[in-house]
Write a protein that binds this ligand. Sequence first.
Ligand code: ADE
Ligand code: ZN
Length: 328
Amino acid sequence: MDFAALPKLELHLHHEGAAPPDFIRRLGQEKSVNLEGVFDEAGNYAFRDFVHFLQVYEAATAVLKTPEDYARLTTAILEESAANGVIYTESFISPDFCGGGDVGAWREYLAAIREAADAAERAHGIVLRGIVTCVRHFGPEQAKRAALCAAETAGDWIVGYGMGGDEGKGRPRDFAWSYDLAREAGLRLTVHAGEWGGPRSVVEALDDLRVERIGHGVRAIEDPALVKRLARDGIVLEVCPGSNVSLGLYPDVARHPIRMLQEAGVRITVSTDDPPFFHTTMAQEYDALHRAFGWEAEAFAQIARTALDAAFCNEDTKVQIAKKLETA
Ligand code: ADE
Ligand code: ZN
């Protein structure tokens, strides 16, 4: 099967995490940023474990200093995604990295990203929408600034609010103020949970942040009552199998719980998370799922329909994407 040709929606992609190593290296040279420790000898991103991954991620992100840098990054990301058959992407964009949480600076970064996204849509047909993201290990006060940026720019393009970062730091309820503000601004909500935190982290995310999607969420499989709850309430999981395998959560895709979750009635979608870090692409994710579980075009079409239903964009955009799915 030509996996690149299947039309895909991606709901879980970190903007900085999608930066190709060459892109970061080139920008680092232009700006004379020391990138020691970021790459291995082969030129790939180098990290030992999850916490080290987050450190390397932030070191690489340090080269992205201006709105123009983010515009260039956006172009690079969307060209790669479009080449993988992605027709709709929601990416996590963090005011912490785009202006340090200042609303005025954030607006400038956002304008540059949107301009690049509009150009990519004209060139490749791919549609991008943004989810403002706070970083858990930066703490609740910084998250409030991110939520204020999100609330100020909420609309048809900034459509959601989320949180990534180190699940080992703090508790979901520490971030309830940010999530309440984002919800009141009309944003749809997701949060990373059940990746490094166990099933309890998913329960707390649902109870304390009242999200409708969970980033990862796969460790819910360890609690049958929680799996039933996810299925009953139609909570959508943004599953990133290649990311989980690369970071050592599961030994391989065949032993990843995505199929068990799906068979238990949980609504699952497929994303890459930080594709160059994890040596993956959307086409490779589909290929790996096909090899591990024998999933064919119909299974992938179902995943695309679930993602379209769970997307945070407005109805007009959904109709536009649905037409593309139908004609593909
Ligand atoms: N930031 C970027 N990628 C992440 C991941 N997989 N988990 C948590 N935070 C992240
Ligand atoms: Zn993620």
